[in-house]
Write a protein that binds this ligand. Structure first.
Ligand code: COA
Length: 176
C-alpha cells in the first residue's frame, strides 16, 4: 500500500523503517512528550517497535499515521494523519478513526500541523469515504487544540481517560 499526498509545503507518505533516526529524535524529546504522558523514549529500540507497529497497522487496518516531509529541505518533520483506534476505550468509543500529529520542535509554529491535518481529513472524507473522524488532546495542549479547530474539527467535551488517569478533550468532524 502506498500513500502519497502533496500539500503546498509538505509531502505525506507512508512511514518507513528508514525513518528510524527521525522517529527517535522526535520521540526522545521531553518537550514533544509534555502532553503525551511525559514518557519520551530512551532507546532506539523503542522507536523501532513504534515504527514496526505503524507498518503493521498499514497492513492490517489499511491506514496509519503518515510521515511528514518538508518539500523545500527534504527533512523529516514528524508524522501526521489518521489512525484506526481499536485498542483503547476513548470516551466510550472503541473503534474509530482519529486525526493526530507529532512534529519535531524546530518545525513548530509554521502551520504544518494545520496543513498536514487538513490533507488528512480530506483524505478521510474524499478517498476513504469515512462519515466522521475524531481527535483527542490532553487538557492544556493549546497548540493542538488550536490546530484541530483550524483543521475543521469541533470541540465536543472533556472526559477522563481512566487507563492513563488524565483529563482529555474530545473532538469530532463530520464528512461535509
Ligand atoms: C501540537 C503541534 C503538532 C502543533 O503543531 P504546529 O505545526 O506548531 O501547529 P500550527 O502551526 O499548525 O498551529 C495551529 C494553531 O495553533 C497555534 N499555536 C501553535 N502553538 C501554540 C502554542 N504553544 N500555544 C497556543 N497556540 C499555539 C498557532 O498559532 C495556530 O493558530 P493561528 O494560525 O491562529 O496562529 C506541535 O506543537 C507538536 O508536535 N507538539 C508535540 C506533540 C503533540 O502535542 N501532539 C498533539 C497531541 S494531541
Amino acid at each position: 500500500m502506498t500513500f502519497y499526498i502533496e500539500t503546498e509545503r509538505l509531502l505525506l507518505r507512508e512511514l518507513r523503517l528508514s525513518d528510524l533516526e527521525g522517529m527517535f529524535t522526535l520521540d526522545s524529546d521531553p518537550e514533544v512528550h509534555k502532553y503525551l504522558g511525559n514518557k519520551p523514549v530512551k532507546t532506539i529500540d523503542e522507536s523501532q517497535k513504534i515504527l514496526e507497529s505503524v507498518l503493521k497497522q498499514y497492513k492490517e487496518r489499511g491506514i496509519g499515521r503518515f510521515a511528514v516531509i518538508e518539500k523545500d529541505s527534504g527533512d523529516f518533520v514528524g508524522w501526521s494523519g489518521l489512525r484506526l483506534n481499536t485498542e483503547y476505550n476513548m470516551n466510550g468509543f472503541t473503534r474509530y478513526y482519529d486525526v493526530g500529529y507529532r512534529l519535531m520542535k524546530r518545525f513548530w509554529g509554521k502551520g504544518y500541523a494545520t496543513e498536514s491535518g487538513k490533507a488528512s481529513v480530506d483524505y478521510a472524507f474524499n478517498c476513504m469515504k469515512l462519515p466522521e473522524v475524531y481527535a483527542t488532546t490532553e487538557f492544556g495542549n493549546q497548540a493542538s487544540h488550536n490546530a484541530l479547530l483550524k483543521i475543521g474539527l469541533y470541540y465536543v467535551e472533556d472526559f477522563y481517560f481512566e487507563q492513563e488517569q488524565v483529563n482529555l478533550r474530545w473532538y469530532k468532524m463530520t464528512s461535509p
